[in-house]
Write a protein that binds this ligand. Structure first.
Ligand SMILES: [Fe+2]
Length: 293
């Protein structure tokens, strides 16, 4: 099935920028009702201190309460490797269903081994309320959202298209940032290129919302662009760059990148829909696999 978005449907999108991880979370509201979705929320961690907190998620909860919105979905565009998901915390406060791409099972299989998870860790995605396939649709109030499977950065990456707005996760960065790395386990630069072409095939005026921005070359943080701007100006894929060129560039660049600071806590929590490990002796413990990544 293919995504056929209704461009006359224009959701109200409110961004929440987290400076600690350069993540942008979104509240996406149906203009015709009080229904909304949250995309890619953040749980705060001071990794050096082993301390979790919820300022970022609390800001989103306060916003939704203040506007008296009804939270229907908590969307994860993918299993993030650079921040922890705040979805279960927000769900406990406001309800809604947590959804991610069907290929979460591939990610769970890979990292279940890396973190030496026992058989009690189900690798079937059952920690999530909904697993999206390519071309799936779901409702946020009167709006129909649809999903495009956009693997390459990770196997479970999905782009969510809601009316004239698309949430691309880490498939693309802003035009001057290019694209995300494709060297994590299950990532692939050629696959990422093919996925990006599917996003660029949406109509030019489609609003695109990024999951991350690092303000390249000293510019202010930004998160919103359009398909047209990406086609014309994206430094990695714009102006019809070839697959071969992109793969060579992406692989050379990825070979120079360090692991993200929070990859170890992020993956082991996010592959379980953001749930922290169970208590042992009244405390929760994260693992650090030596030589595992
Ligand atoms: Fe990511």
């Amino acid at each position: 099935m293919t995504c056929k978005p209704d461009l006359t449907m224009k959701p109200e999108v409110t961004p929440f920028f987290d400076p600690a991880t350069n993540t942008i979370s979104y509240v996406v509201k149906d203009p015709g009702s009080e229904a909304c979705a949250v995309v890619d929320s953040v749980m705060d961690i001071d990794y050096a201190a082993g301390r979790i907190s919820y300022e970022s998620a609390d800001r989103i909860i306060a916003f939704i309460r203040e506007k008296a919105l009804r939270l229907e979905w908590l969307i994860e565009t993918h299993v993030h490797a650079d921040h922890l998901s705040g979805a279960p915390y927000i769900q406990a406060a406001l309800g809604g269903k947590i959804g991610i791409g069907r290929n979460i099972t591939v990610v769970q299989e890979t990292f279940g081994k890396v973190f030496n998870e026992g058989t009690e860790f189900q690798r079937d995605g059952s920690q999530f309320d909904r697993l999206f396939e390519d071309g799936d649709s779901y409702r946020i109030g009167a709006m129909t959202a649809c999903t495009i499977h956009t693997p390459g950065h990770t196997p479970a990456c999905m782009t969510h298209v809601i009316g004239d707005a698309a949430f691309v996760g880490d498939t693309l960065f802003m035009p001057d940032g290019g694209s995300a790395r494709a060297d994590f386990p299950g990532g692939d630069a050629g696959t990422l290129y093919d996925s990006i072409q599917r996003v660029l095939a949406l109509s030019r005026e489609t609003r695109l919302f990024m999951c991350h921005d690092y303000g390249p070359n000293g510019r202010d943080i930004a998160w919103e662009t359009t398909v047209g701007e990406q086609r014309d100006h994206n430094i990695h894929v714009g102006q019809g760059r070839s697959r071969e060129d992109f793969v060579a560039m992406r692989e050379a660049r990825d070979a120079t990148l360090k692991m993200p600071t929070l990859i170890i806590p992020s993956l082991q929590v996010n592959m379980k829909a953001g749930e922290l490990p169970p208590e042992e002796n009244g405390k929760r413990f994260l693992k650090v696999p030596l030589g595992g990544l």
